[in-house]
Write a protein that binds this ligand. Structure first.
Ligand SMILES: [Zn+2]
Length: 168
């Protein structure tokens, strides 16, 4: 569960505030790129960055569904918005960890921590390393076999960026 302003800005930009909770947090499930397939509609896939160095954020341009956040093709790690994944039981993915709580709307959410806890980093780094070792970055539904993004990401201008970060 990420309460950072970037995830919230992305939901605002998509026009889908319902993917965030009452504190403005986005529930995100972390998966390897090779675990993701799109069975239909790949031609509607688009990508954007909130700023020139921001995460690569994929979405569909028809129904504005977030389709995965990532750092780059080289890092085999995708964050999928749980709100659009259907019924994903917590027994499969574990309990949510609230991070970046200091950026939440209306104060620190219950159980959240100010930033990313060490326990989460200790969990995520070996996960990424294991996926990297096992080649789980490919095939990726976001990139060609040569690692080129399927579509050129739209990078928001400063004028487009600023209103998305206004305090709600
Ligand atoms: Zn975030």
């Amino acid at each position: 569960m990420c309460y950072c302003q970037d995830c919230r800005a992305f939901a605002r930009w998509l026009g889908t505030p319902d993917i965030t909770d009452a504190y403005g947090g986005t529930d995100i499930v972390q998966v390897a790129p090779s675990s993701v397939t799109f069975s239909a509609g790949s031609s509607r896939l688009r990508s954007m960055r909130l700023s020139p160095k921001g995460l690569l954020r994929w979405y569909s341009d028809c129904c504005r569904v977030p389709m995965g956040n990532m750092v780059s093709v080289g890092l085999p790690f995708v964050g999928m918005a749980r709100a659009r994944l259907g019924d994903v039981p917590s027994s499969v993915i574990g309990p949510p960890i609230g991070i970046n709580g200091r950026s939440a709307i209306g104060g620190m959410p219950p159980g959240a921590v100010a930033r990313a806890p060490l326990g989460m980093i200790v969990h995520v780094v070996p996960l990424i390393f294991g996926w990297w070792l096992r080649g789980r970055g490919r095939p990726s539904p976001y990139f060609t076999a040569e690692g080129v993004p399927l579509v050129v990401p739209q990078v928001l201008t400063a004028e487009e960026h600023a209103p998305l970060y206004a305090r709600a």
